[in-house]
Write a protein that binds this ligand. Structure first.
Ligand code: ADP
Ligand code: MG
Length: 224
């Protein structure tokens, strides 16, 4: 049997302050392969802290986190960075694309820090762009794309390392409803291909499309 992609056990994260901020309190969460999870909750409730822990950008103060069956809390920084690069793709509200570069160049930039062979870089970028339905826009400068196309290019960039997990922080926050629908359709397709998706969102339109929904309130997670 396949290990869960995400397995958080009693994870807490506190930030030093007077008094300390308990951003996550005893959070346990299991996300299976090809699951599609929405995380909702008010501003300041701990959503980004949770995403940072899941994305190996931050460490819990206590508790354990297994990613694809690998216990991560005891790993050194280098091993965590390597694991993040091979398993996780990130998508943000602002697309973080370079304006005067073409779509395919932007996607290829995702590999600058990865140790892949340079020769296949363009081919892999073109494949990722095909996967998100952007094959016809590869030579466009990104500042001539619509918002939805920009987010699809950013998703292609996130897919380049063939991650098992896509972590999205308000991915449709800058999109109108038509482009939001297109991105949500793409998430459905990616999930059918076996990708596991976790989305932080304020929008009902987005969270109702996920298979599962959890809510964070004051650092405490509850399943809906
Ligand atoms: P959300 O993403 O749901 O808006 P966050 O996870 O960003 O919430 O923050 C949760 C709580 O932790 C907030 O009270 C925030 O002020 C606090 N917090 C987040 N990061 C830090 C930090 N680096 N240092 C101190 N407090 C922090
Ligand atoms: Mg946040």
């Amino acid at each position: 049997m396949r290990e869960p992609v995400i397995e958080l056990s009693s994870v807490s994260r506190s930030f030093p302050a007077e008094p300390p901020v308990l951003a996550l309190q005893d959070v346990s969460l299991r996300v299976e392969w090809a699951d599609y999870l929405a995380i909702v909750g008010p501003s300041g409730s701990g959503k980004s802290t949770l995403l940072n822990v899941i994305g190996l950008l931050d460490r819990p103060t206590s508790g354990t986190y297994r990613l694809d069956g690998i216990e991560t809390t005891s790993l050194r920084d280098g091993a965590r960075t390597k694991l993040r690069g091979s398993r996780i793709g990130f998508v943000f509200q602002s697309f973080h694309l370079l304006a005067h570069r073409s779509v395919v160049e932007n996607v290829m930039l995702a590999e600058i820090y990865a140790r892949h062979d340079r020769k296949g870089r363009k081919r892999r970028a073109l494949e990722a762009l095909d996967q998100v339905g952007m094959g016809h826009r590869v030579d466009f400068p990104t500042d001539r794309l619509s918002g939805g196309e920009r987010q699809r290019a950013a998703i292609a960039r996130a897919l380049l390392g063939k991650p098992s997990l896509l972590l999205c922080d308000e991915p449709t926050g800058n999109l109108d409803s038509r482009n939001t629908a297109a991105v949500l359709d793409l998430f459905d397709q990616l999930r059918e291909q076996g990708l596991t998706i976790v989305v932080i969102t304020h929008e009902d339109e987005v969270s109702t499309r996920a298979k599962r929904r959890v809510r964070i309130t004051d650092g405490v997670l509850t399943e809906e």
